[in-house]
Design a protein around this ligand. Structure first.
Ligand code: S3P
Length: 443
């Protein structure tokens, strides 16, 4: 099978890492702000929009749906390293999108495809949604089922993209998704937002709540009572200025590097501290890292932001499982890399990892094993024991941005350089990752 990402990058072992980083804007929040801006009335300006390929896919899809998207030059006082342009979006109002002339290409982004499927389900035209090879392998039944229940005609190919959606007037639902997934929750809420009546999602375990917060930021009322989220449809959204905080999942790679190497300390500024995303902090502490959090006074309505300092400590064995998993799902590859430096990590109840940009259990275990790690694959997780330093070698990122970055961090502790195949996958969420890595390392 051919691969999407083909660049090879070599990462050399490092003695320690140190410095201060502003990571790119949060990917999850960027997708949501762009989509809600398109459904709002009036103009939205988004600062700190995630610069990676995934969030560019969302903007391109919105443009195909008739949304005017402009990239304005960032103002000179915008200090965030990778902040890029201000994204200006002219809202079209609820159900105001236009039929696309070609299939929407969500690229590598499951979030973009699933959320946009919810959006177009409420529009009276046909939309085809597709993506790259990795995305065309990912399960869609989880959104097809509820959107059909609401009244949309949705066809998938054996439960996978391309999806063909013929939308229209929907009915609200009261729905319990089978998997704990913020993407599924969001697809339903975005369809429900454009549908008269009350839509209810009952989560099986808490997932990131950026959609609920973003809806409120754009002026809608959302009731969240524990795991039950209720949204009254047809509430108009108002365009506004928003700022996307740094992505805590991207920041995790630097946190883990600092935790891994003796004498290291990294400060992460302007990073999102939404409690539904910060379980990583507690896990790093359990693994032995020293972590200090300083929340900022809120400059980002609805999304807390702060400064995080992480320093090395002796690494300890840790287990992760059950309801803790959804809050850490994107951080597990980085934590696996950390466990190669010492201590141990056993993850169970994380079968969802097999449905990500790659089969993140098999691909993670194979990559770490190729570098000499003491690692086992489990049906629903993995176990890494930091019993010996990595030897070095070649690891295949398998078209998966988080694996490319996790292998790069693991490489810092190897006895010899590591070649990462498909390292350019990192651009999906973190363009500039390897340059920043180089700038933080002392060899
Ligand atoms: C995301 C939710 C998570 C996460 C993904 C982004 C989101 O997926 O893995 O990277 O923005 O809603 P699931 O909700 O499907 O687990």
């Amino acid at each position: 099978m051919s691969v999407e990402f083909q660049a090879w990058t070599t990462v050399s072992p490092a003695r320690r890492v140190a410095g201060e980083v502003r990571v790119p804007g949060d990917k999850s929040i960027s997708h949501r702000y762009a989509i809600l801006a398109a459904l709002a009335e009036g103009v939205t300006e988004i600062r700190g929009y995630a610069p990676g390929a995934d969030c560019a896919s969302t903007l391109a899809c919105l443009a195909q749906l008739g949304v005017e998207v402009r990239r304005l030059e960032a103002p000179p006082d915008n200090r965030r390293q990778h902040s890029g342009p201000v994204i200006q979006i002219i809202g079209r109002g609820l159900r105001g999108l236009q039929a696309p002339e070609r299939p929407l290409d969500a690229g590598n982004s499951g979030t973009a495809l699933r959320m946009l499927a919810g959006v177009v389900s409420a529009h009276p035209f046909e939309t085809t949604l597709t993506g790259d090879q990795s995305l065309r392998r990912r399960p869609m039944t989880r959104i097809v089922r509820p959107l059909r229940r609401m009244g949309a005609h949705v066809e998938a190919v054996d439960g996978r993209p391309p999806l063909v959606v013929r939308g229209g007037d929907l009915s609200p639902i009261d729905y319990t998704p089978e998997t704990a997934s913020a993407q599924v929750k969001t697809a339903i809420l975005l369809a429900g937002l454009q549908t008269p009546g009350r839509t209810t999602v009952r989560e099986v375990a808490a997932t990131r709540d950026h959609t609920e917060r973003a809806l409120r930021t754009f002026g809608a009322r959302v009731d969240a009572d524990g795991l039950v989220i209720r949204l009254e449809g047809k509430q108009p959204l108002r365009g506004r200025a928003v700022l996307v905080p740094g992505d805590v999942s991207s920041a995790t790679f630097w946190a883990v590097a600092a935790a891994a190497l003796p004498g290291s300390e990294i400060t992460l500024d302007e990073v999102g501290l939404n409690p539904s995303r910060t379980a990583i902090v507690g896990v790093l502490e359990r693994m032995g890292a020293r972590v200090a959090l300083v929340p900022h006074d809120s400059r980002t309505p609805g999304e807390p932001v702060g400064r995080v300092r992480v320093a090395h400590g002796s690494l300890l064995p840790v287990e992760i499982g059950g309801e803790e998993v959804p809050g850490l799902i994107d951080e597990l590859p980085a934590l696996a890399a950390l466990a190669t430096f010492g201590g141990a990590l056993r993850v169970t109840g994380a079968g969802e990892l097999r449905t990500k940009e790659s089969d993140r259990i098999t691909a993670l275990v194979s990559g770490l094993r190729a570098l000499g790690a003491d690692v086992d694959e489990l049906p629903d997780g993995f176990e890494v024991r930091g019993s010996r330093p990595l030897a070095g070698g070649t690891a295949n990122a398998c078209d998966d941005h988080r694996l490319a970055m996790a292998f790069a961090i693991a490489a810092l502790g190897a006895r010899a350089p590591v070649v990462i195949q498909g390292a350019d996958a990192a651009d999906v969420s973190y363009p500039g990752f390897f340059a920043t890595l180089e700038s933080l390392c002392e060899f």
